[in-house]
Ligand binder design. Structure first.
Ligand SMILES: Nc1ncnc2c1ncn2[C@@H]1O[C@H](COP(=O)(O)OP(=O)(O)OP(=O)(O)O)[C@@H](O)[C@H]1O
Length: 330
């Protein structure tokens, strides 16, 4: 059953169209990703879902309710992570949890939440003294304190180090396992691929694709990336003619071939025929990044080039991002 229905939503700021007819529905119990580059309209879209912005056209329903007209009811069902918000510096974790619990009819057990989020040792710490990761976890706790059926997490892992990001992913899976539907805004491909059951790719205010991460990758022109350094020069045109090859690129004597499964054997046969050895041969599946590039015509902040370099170094991609401020409609 769909718990969130977004249908034909449009939203302009002054003359600038930020969201241009976005539609999707989120089934109860899934982690649904909204993925797109900076300024694509992701935050505006989820702010319409939260009732923080009024769409110019289209409809939004959360558990059948209108997030603007039925705002009070919707806040009892939908928890939003207060990413950009500050709490009073002197408020302790315990006080913040008690204060937010008082807003809801059926608050969750604040101490239990603090324990689940690894904040039990920080209950008497003041907000101003918390680390970035601890503030992040407190905001997740506050999003969950009303026992919501659905939680909206917007760029949750922004600014976290790789360890913090992975811990947060485990937490998001834990939230879903506890029965809460998750609407996750991200522009980390790896995050969407790892966590989301389905992903809406938004570009320039429109949904350009909606599928499982695997389905999106299948839509990409190439599904396999082969990299190696040939022991002697190879003619790129010979490689380009092999079955399934979508592209061939050379950088610092290292070749990168985007193709299909069939391409791998064809490349190996060609190398054997030419008596060429492939040094540091790597074969990787295409990722959501490649699909994203195909769908939007550009890579994300952890785009194919960055990913390929990271892959060659056997390390995770690193990136930074930014976020816009929020207008309030209550
Ligand atoms: N309050 C505002 N006033 C004017 N323009 C805005 C406002 N908020 C967003 N925009 C513009 O609307 C477009 C969509 O912004 P939005 O924040 O929804 O995108 P986003 O996909 O969430 O981007 P990001 O990943 O950078 O947060 C952008 O061009 C942005 O500059």
């Amino acid at each position: 059953m769909a718990i969130i229905e977004v249908s034909g939503v449009r939203k302009a700021y002054g003359g600038k169209l930020a969201v241009d007819g976005v539609s999707f529905s989120v089934e109860e119990g899934e982690i649904f990703g909204v993925l797109g580059p900076n300024g694509a309209g992701k935050t505006t879209t989820v702010e319409c879902v939260e009732g923080l912005r009024v769409p110019d056209a289209g409809t939004v329903r959360v558990a059948g309710l209108d997030p603007v007209a039925d705002h009070h009811e919707v806040t009892q069902i939908l928890g939003a992570q207060l990413q950009q918000s500050e709490l009073q510096q002197k408020l302790t974790v315990r006080e913040a949890l008690d204060l937010y619990a008082s807003f809801y009819r059926k608050p969750a057990d604040g101490l239990g939440l603090a324990r689940r989020l690894g904040l039990e040792d920080r209950l008497d710490a003041r907000f101003g003294k918390l680390s970035g990761g601890q503030k992040q976890r407190l905001f997740i706790a506050l999003a969950l304190i009303g026992s919501p059926r659905v939680v909206v997490l917007d760029e949750l892992t922004t600014g976290l180090d790789p360890r913090g990001r992975r811990d947060t992913w485990a937490l998001i899976e834990d939230i879903r396992d506890s029965g809460v539907t998750v609407l996750l805004v991200t522009h980390f491909m790896e995050e969407a691929q790892r966590l989301c059951d389905r992903v809406a790719v938004i570009d320039a205010g429109r949904v350009v694709a909606l599928d499982t991460p695997e389905g999106l990758v299948r839509q990409a022109a190439s599904s396999t990336v082969i990299t190696f350094t040939p022991s002697k020069p190879l003619d790129e045109r010979d490689l380009a003619e092999l079955p399934g090859v979508a592209s061939v690129a050379e950088k610092n004597a290292r070749l990168t071939i985007n193709g299909t499964d069939d391409t791998v054997n064809a490349v190996i046969s060609l190398l054997a025929r030419r008596g060429v050895t492939a040094r540091q041969l790597r074969v990787a599946d295409a990722t959501l990044d490649d699909a994203f590039l195909d769908l939007t015509g550009r890579g994300g902040p952890d785009g194919p080039d960055a990913r390929r370099e990271a892959f060659e170094q056997d390390g995770p991609p690193a990136s930074g991002l930014a976020r816009t401020e929020t207008e309030g409609v209550h």
